[in-house]
Write a protein that binds this ligand. Structure first.
Ligand SMILES: CC1=C(CCC(=O)O)c2cc3nc(cc4[nH]c(cc5[nH]c(cc1n2)c(C)c5CCC(=O)O)c(CCC(=O)O)c4C)C(CCC(=O)O)=C3C
Ligand SMILES: [Fe+2]
Length: 340
């Protein structure tokens, strides 16, 4: 089985104030997100001049990946496409067809199963192929990587560095708190590749356990951030900011927040954690440090290269968890019964 390219598929983000509204419309079309929530999120983006760091971070990651691929002797041109903002995946797949690409692997920048983390990327693949028509290349998505040893190691080192940032007087009693994007409970109920529900939240819990263990910590919490949707719809809880408050009430003097749910320090990380959670901790007089996301670690592009090599050679997946590694299928077909 040979492939002639890699499609690097991500979420996308605005690159100027005039992009913010149309970007948010793209993200939330048909999802029943109330206008007040959109106004609030637009403000977060405007706070940073209407620019999300996500596209720049992805471009940096792609150039690191190109070096890794070259070093591994894998000659695959890398194409960049997004679900919600330019370069849009439909345009990228059209360009791949123009360039004569027939079969490509797809790396999606989410470690997880579940609707938003996996199935929606399959939908992006199917939509882009349909838009391009008959000339569209075959697109095979690489598997979920939440428990890949290099992803876990990069996160564990980031946790260690964050602990080292805290003052010595609180460091030993700081609580490690992992956070990932909240999703509606109904979405999380979707079955995974093992036929059991809560595929996304179980993977987040599993990855957090592996990272805490590798960082040498015996206790940690898993909480959620960036809740959207109407208030009457239940989402995964507790929220990270509420959790910081609760820890304070129980006498905890410092927290290390590790955004395991994301691969780059994009807007949801720098707003919800570096502003909201950090401000809450400061208000309560608690020590606070935020761990880096895995995407800045050189082991992350190395992991992508390994995922490619593993797929091409048919090797057994390198993984630390006993939960399945799904997420891999061709042309946007569902990869598990309820998907992923
Ligand atoms: C599981 C998950 C991931 C992790 C997996 C992955 O990485 O793919 C993720 C990533 C991201 N989410 C992001 C941004 C947003 N997510 C939103 C809305 C939503 N996210 C959801 C879930 C997830 N989201 C859901 C269930 C919604 C409700 C609407 C819907 O049902 O789809 C909204 C709308 C406004 C609002 O917050 O209400 C925005 C702006 C950015 C980019 C940040 C930047 O610009 O730098 C990234 C990487
Ligand atoms: Fe999101």
């Amino acid at each position: 089985m040979s492939f002639d390219a890699l499609l690097f598929l991500s979420f996308g983000g605005p690159e100027g104030p005039e992009d913010v509204r149309p970007f948010l419309e793209n993200v939330t079309r048909g999802r029943g997100v109330p206008p007040e929530r959109l106004d609030e999120v637009a403000e977060h983006y405007h706070h940073f001049g209407g620019v999300s760091p996500i596209n720049r971070l992805n471009r940096d990651l792609i150039s690191a990946l190109e070096s890794e691929l070259a070093a591994a002797g894998l000659e695959l041109p890398v194409y960049f496409g997004n679900r919600n903002w330019h370069p849009m995946v439909e345009d990228t797949v059209a360009r791949m067809a123009d360039d004569g690409v027939r079969r490509a692997l797809v790396f999606a920048t989410s470690a997880w199963g579940g609707y938003s983390g996996c199935k929606q990327y399959h939908e992006d693949i199917a939509r882009a192929r349909a838009a391009v028509g008959e000339r569209a290349p075959e697109l095979v998505k690489l598997r979920q990587f939440y428990d890949h040893p290099l992803f876990v190691a990069a996160n564990a080192d980031a946790v260690r560095r964050a602990f080292a940032e805290l003052g010595p007087e609180v460091r030993d009693e700081a609580r490690l708190v992992f956070t990932a994007h909240s999703v509606p409970l109904r979405a999380d109920d979707m079955e995974g590749a093992d036929g059991r529900p809560q595929w996304y939240s179980r993977q987040v819990a599993e990855a957090s356990r592996l990272v805490a263990e590798e960082a040498g910590l015996d206790t940690h919490d898993v909480v959620w951030q960036s809740r959207s949707g109407p208030p009457q719809v239940p989402w995964l809880e507790p929220d990270v900011v509420d959790h910081v408050e609760e820890l304070h009430d129980k006498g905890t003097r410092a927290v290390v927040v590790a955004p395991i749910g994301f691969v780059s320090d994009h807007l949801e990380v720098i707003w919800d954690l570096d502003n909201e959670a950090r401000d809450k901790a400061a208000e309560l007089g608690m020590g606070f440090a935020r761990a880096d996301t895995a995407g800045t670690d050189p082991r992350f592009p190395k992991m992508i290269t390994e995922l490619i090599a593993e797929h091409v050679s048919g090797q057994a997946p390198r993984k630390l968890s006993l939960l399945a590694a799904a997420g891999c299928s061709a042309n946007g077909e569902p990869c598990a019964p309820g998907c992923c």
